[in-house]
Design a protein around this ligand. Sequence first.
Ligand code: HEC
Ligand code: HEC
Ligand code: HEC
Ligand code: HEC
Ligand code: HEC
Ligand code: HEC
Ligand code: HEC
Ligand code: HEC
Ligand code: HEC
Ligand code: HEC
Ligand code: HEC
Ligand code: HEC
Ligand code: HEC
Length: 450
Amino acid sequence: MHIAMKTVLISIAMLFLSGAATSFCAETCSTATCHAAIGAFKNLHQPVTDGDCSSCHQQTVKEHPLKGGKSFGLTAKGADLCKICHDEFGKKKLVHAPVKDGECLACHKPHGANGRFLLDDSEDQTKLCLGCHDSAPFNKKYVHGPVATGSCTVCHDPHQSDTKALLKGASRELCLSCHADFAQKMQTATIVHPPVKKESCTSCHDPHGSAWPNMLKQGMPDLCTGCHKEIGKKIKNAKVPHKPVIEGKLCSNCHSAHFSKDKGLLVADDEKSVCLGCHNSAKIGTPPLANIKKDMEGKKHLHGPIQKGHCGGCHDPHGSDFPRILTGNYPSDFYVSYKEENYSLCLRCHDKNIVRFAETTIYTKFRNGSKNLHYVHVNNSKGRSCRACHEAHASDGPKLFSAEGTKFGEWRVRSRFQITATGGSCAPGCHRRYSYDRVKPVDLAFPNKK
Ligand code: HEC
Ligand code: HEC
Ligand code: HEC
Ligand code: HEC
Ligand code: HEC
Ligand code: HEC
Ligand code: HEC
Ligand code: HEC
Ligand code: HEC
Ligand code: HEC
Ligand code: HEC
Ligand code: HEC
Ligand code: HEC
């Protein structure tokens, strides 16, 4: 009480001495009895700390305090008041509407506040910003970390910016500034998905939140098929769909959305590893499919594409119109009346001439002299399908001949195939051992033994 009275007296004395009204308020207005609330904030505005009330307030009526009236007015209106000491905003391309309108006090408290920057809460700005903005986009099921904590201004400048949406920097760089491990991995990746490389991350992600995990703008697979229309069509129309494309993690079962070590944006180093990541048990599929991983394990001979890590030359991972999501026809029966298109799968890669001509000296090694034994076996009205002799994936025997034999109903037809430098022989369930020789043709008219 006494100290307060003293300061008032000193101030009045100073006022008379200096004759300047400006210092009238210094350290006198906010006292224990008068305007105590002004000094009670955790963080005071510098001029308030300095007791410089008069830079913002000027006395308009002599009497103070004035019962039922105001004896003080502001020295300037709106942003002009702040401009006395602070640089003006508006030099950048975009100025936030309330800043443009001079409504500094829509966000800031003039005297002091419990948060920093003269804000009620400088950490969680949700209440502040959503006081004006629609809260719906921020109340989604999956919310971005910094949005959940109300740190709007880590990305947005509250006043002005040269970047759209008042961003503090180019949107992509902004994302990568926090997601540093992502940025680092992307730098070392060989393949970067074009929209990730060139476009803003917000072409797929909502920066705030969304109804889908990872704040995706759309659910999968729509997000992907929105750009990859052909794949979308295929998935919709495929007579034989592939389960992982339409279930569970969908496209992400096999693809990374961002980058990869090799082409195809696959989640593993090669296609084979991706496929065998699932086809590694006899429990996959209804009825269960063969355990492909086990079927290939320890096999001496892998089919060409598989040696190179590919399954895709024969199977369309996204679904197809052929059984077993094959990329062409492959008869499921042992005997098939010959038509070239029945074997469109194999003949995508192999020369159709191997089964086309009765006589040949170049197109196949499976011949006796010039007699084409592929033709003999395959190219007739009760032709044998390739599966009678060859495995599709892998084998113990040469030329993809299975040592256990090919399925013939419940029985396995063992071919007992043996290969020589100029021919070979086999003794399958179909006939006794026959030999063939490309250089010195064997007389096939009579069953021969070798
Ligand atoms: C940076 C400018 C600024 C300074 C410095 C400042 N004020 Fe204010 N003050 C304002 C503004 C602006 C308002 C009007 C607030 C409103 O309309 O919401 C205000 C309102 C007031 C009011 C009336 C409403 C209230 O909040 O109680 C009082 C009393 C007041 N100030 C006292 C003071 C005192 C005492 C000081 C010095 C310790 C001071 N002001 C320093 C800007 C300032
Ligand atoms: C009399 C001069 C003066 C006026 C008028 C003034 N300020 Fe300040 N303001 C200051 C000073 C000095 C600082 C401290 C600057 C620093 O620390 O760099 C400051 C700091 C601030 C800060 C940062 C506070 C913090 O916690 O870092 C904000 C926000 C601010 N002022 C807003 C305003 C607004 C809004 C107005 C208008 C209503 C205004 N100021 C008017 C002098 C003024
Ligand atoms: C939409 C709310 C909002 C409005 C309107 C607003 N500010 Fe701010 N201001 C903030 C926030 C939030 C911060 C804290 C800075 C941050 O988090 O990046 C801030 C910080 C400041 C600072 C201190 C840091 C800096 O950027 O220099 C000053 C000074 C300031 N504002 C002055 C003003 C003035 C003057 C006006 C009116 C012309 C104004 N503000 C209008 C929200 C606002
Ligand atoms: C006083 C009301 C008010 C407050 C508080 C406010 N805004 Fe705004 N904001 C507006 C208005 C009005 C617009 C213009 C809307 C429009 O153009 O449709 C706007 C526009 C924006 C835009 C879009 C700018 C553009 O050009 O695309 C962003 C981003 C934004 N505000 C962020 C914020 C953030 C972050 C906060 C909290 C720090 C905040 N706002 C607080 C009123 C406010
Ligand atoms: C991680 C960065 C980030 C955070 C944090 C963030 N935003 Fe944004 N915000 C953006 C980006 C990026 C855009 C531009 C969206 C676009 O380009 O499609 C945007 C756009 C906006 C817009 C413009 C309208 C719109 O939706 O496009 C408003 C308003 C907005 N944000 C408000 C806020 C508010 C309020 C908060 C805090 C609750 C916040 N933002 C937090 C990055 C962020
Ligand atoms: C201020 C730092 C910051 C910025 C800037 C930022 N993020 Fe994040 N982001 C985070 C944090 C923190 C998490 C949560 C991490 C966690 O849960 O492990 C996160 C999580 C994510 C997630 C995973 C969400 C989930 O559900 O697990 C995605 C996707 C994401 N951010 C994308 C973006 C995009 C796109 C941008 C640019 C628009 C961006 N981030 C900018 C900090 C940031
Ligand atoms: C083509 C769409 C697309 C683009 C563009 C994109 N993302 Fe993603 N992002 C996804 C999908 C889909 C997921 C979900 C994870 C998955 O299925 O692989 C995801 C997940 C994430 C995650 C969380 C999981 C993780 O991998 O760490 C982060 C963080 C992330 N994205 C950041 C970014 C950033 C940063 C950018 C821009 C450089 C970006 N994304 C661009 C589609 C995209
Ligand atoms: C904004 C458009 C866009 C979106 C969304 C998009 N992509 Fe792409 N994607 C491209 C472009 C452009 C290419 C390069 C041209 C091409 O191969 O078609 C590409 C290429 C690819 C490739 C081939 C890469 C290679 O090395 O051959 C794969 C795989 C792929 N995208 C998967 C996805 C997946 C999965 C999603 C959903 C998470 C997705 N894309 C979403 C535009 C998009
Ligand atoms: C079962 C695994 C698997 C799933 C699930 C899958 N893909 Fe693929 N995808 C592949 C493989 C394998 C390739 C071939 C990669 C290569 O070229 O090496 C491929 C290639 C692609 C390509 C580039 C070549 C082309 O055919 O255009 C695109 C684009 C693509 N996928 C998009 C998608 C989209 C979109 C989804 C979800 C709807 C999806 N994929 C789901 C395995 C898959
Ligand atoms: C995420 C697990 C997963 C991955 C990865 C996967 N598959 Fe499959 N695949 C399945 C399931 C489950 C089925 C059984 C569907 C059923 O029975 O309806 C299946 C079925 C198949 C079929 C039989 C289709 C039919 O309907 O007859 C083939 C062939 C096949 N997958 C090949 C592949 C190839 C090739 C790849 C790699 C490009 C691959 N799969 C990757 C889960 C997977
Ligand atoms: C050279 C062509 C070719 C390649 C390469 C190939 N497949 Fe096959 N795959 C086939 C054929 C043909 C069938 C049908 C076999 C049948 O009908 O008996 C088949 C059948 C399957 C089946 C169904 C098995 C069952 O129980 O009927 C699966 C699963 C499969 N393949 C997975 C794979 C995987 C995984 C890869 C890569 C490691 C792969 N395939 C590579 C041709 C191929
Ligand atoms: C995607 C391409 C492709 C398809 C489709 C394909 N193959 Fe092959 N095949 C190869 C490659 C590559 C080789 C190894 C190089 C070579 O010997 O020509 C090979 C080799 C062979 C061999 C010789 C193996 C050896 O040890 O010399 C036979 C037999 C064979 N394939 C049969 C078939 C049958 C039967 C089909 C149909 C079910 C088929 N291929 C489908 C690419 C394919
Ligand atoms: C009666 C058993 C048999 C049938 C059926 C059969 N092949 Fe062969 N095939 C062989 C033998 C034996 C060889 C090995 C010839 C040699 O190198 O001495 C062979 C070799 C091959 C080769 C390696 C290149 C060549 O011609 O020497 C290919 C490719 C091939 N077969 C594809 C096929 C295709 C495709 C089919 C079905 C249209 C098929 N085979 C049907 C027995 C058969």
